[in-house]
Ligand binder design. Structure first.
Ligand code: UD1
Length: 368
């Protein structure tokens, strides 16, 4: 059988790396699976894409759609228009998509409309916030997927409550955590920037549309971060979306802004930090596994398990709340947390096992 494995944006790369690896090791064991890697080009800058391929040992993509940036409609449409001929040319049995970015929904929809089966890795996460583009992407992708691989049991419940048939759903664990477990010892040996001392700095990431595209919201958040920087240095790798939004915003000298970092140095930075302040999705999960306190500056999360049993606290964007929780951590009030079931480094192997056991069924390829 033939598979197209799709990645497009930074948070996808650590999710596909172990799947690619698990397929390759099965191939060495004489599986006839044929896997092609598709990069949509949603992220294209060196430090948003290439460095991740290098750090994670992902081979160069077989197909690059080179779509680049645009409005949501433009970007999604461009991916669909470029992916359709690739599907028609390569005639895959399965298209595998990961996460919740525009590339995920665009490729899932294109494949499904051609009659190609779709597998969604990281299915079932729900923030219940339809103002998030990612929530729309999650709902649409899950509604049309033939196989839904989940990271936790809450996601399974979400899918069952939406009427998705139980036989399509497989609770396999978290491929992003597979990557973390494979890379953590290398990452932890890299030198810290600026001679930072382990446990004596915080890490900040901020790129969510709702936070950075509203000047008022960004000013409130940065006000709280400035106050935190009075107590501890804050390393802030600035996402390209956030760079221009920060112009004119006053930053405390204790905040060290740096370019977006590649996977290994960033993992090493987070692993040795005192705490992380973020609006990312994946970092909530990584900090839970690393046992690092995480304050998530959003009103909701699609990853509630990290708050229920992990080290994550949802603090919203109220500067008083952010500062209060950060001070509490700096005063030593941290909780250990536990690691969710099956975040054990073997999720990708489980996924590949399920995929290889699916019945052969010729795609019906309807293009008009
Ligand atoms: C996308 C995902 C988001 C994910 C984030 C991680 C969607 C809807 N959003 O958001 O879920 O958390 O990636 O980064 O898919 N840009 C560059 N270089 C690049 C890519 C982008 O400079 O390689 C700039 C462009 O100005 C672009 C902007 O960043 O317009 C935003 O990029 P885009 O892919 O639209 O969304 P992200 O904010 O990165």
């Amino acid at each position: 059988m033939k598979y197209l494995l799709v990645a497009g944006a930074r948070p996808n790369f650590m999710k596909i790396a172990p799947i690619h690896k698990a397929f390759s090791s099965r191939r060495n064991g004489h599986s006839t699976a044929d896997l092609l890697l598709v990069h949509t080009g949603q992220h294209y800058s060196r430090n948003m894409s290439d460095t991740f391929f290098r750090d994670l040992g992902i081979p160069e993509s077989d197909i690059n759609l080179e779509v680049g940036s645009g409005s949501h409609a433009e970007q999604t449409a461009r991916i669909m228009m470029a992916f359709e001929p690739a599907c028609l040319e390569h005639r895959p049995d399965w298209v595998i998509v990961v996460g919740d970015v525009n590339s995920t929904v665009a490729c899932a929809l294109t494949a499904k409309k051609l009659g190609i089966r779709v597998a969604h890795v990281e299915a079932g996460l729900r923030s219940r916030d339809m103002s998030m583009p990612e929530e729309i992407n999650r709902l649409c992708t899950d509604a049309i997927s033939d196989l839904l691989f989940t990271t936790d049991t809450l996601a399974v419940e979400n899918l069952r409550n939406e009427g998705i048939a139980g036989e399509k759903i497989h609770f396999v664990g978290n491929t992003m955590i597979d990557t973390l477990r494979q890379q953590i010892s290398r990452a932890g040996q890299l030198p810290l920037p600026d001679a930072l001392v382990p446990g004596q700095y915080a890490v900040l990431t901020l790129h969510r549309l709702a936070n950075v595209d509203s000047p008022e919201c960004l000013a409130l958040i940065m006000g709280a971060i400035n106050a935190i920087a009075d107590r501890i240095p804050v390393v802030f790798p600035v996402h390209p979306r956030t760079v221009s939004r920060l112009e004119g915003v006053e930053l405390h000298p204790g905040i060290r802004t740096v370019e977006p970092m590649s996977y290994l140095p960033f993992l090493g930075l987070v692993a040795r930090s005192r705490m992380v302040l973020t609006d990312s999705g994946g970092i909530q999960e990584e900090t839970t596994v690393l046992g690092v306190p995480c304050l998530t500056m959003r009103p909701n999360t699609e990853r509630p398990i990290t708050c229920e049993i992990g080290t994550n606290v949802l603090v919203g964007t109220d500067p008083h709340r952010i500062l209060h929780e950060a001070n509490s951590i700096l005063d030593g009030n941290t909780r250990a947390g536990t690691i969710p079931d099956k975040w054990d480094g073997h999720a990708a192997e489980r996924i590949v096992e399920v995929l290889l056991n699916q019945p052969v069924q010729a795609p019906f390829l309807v293009s008009r």
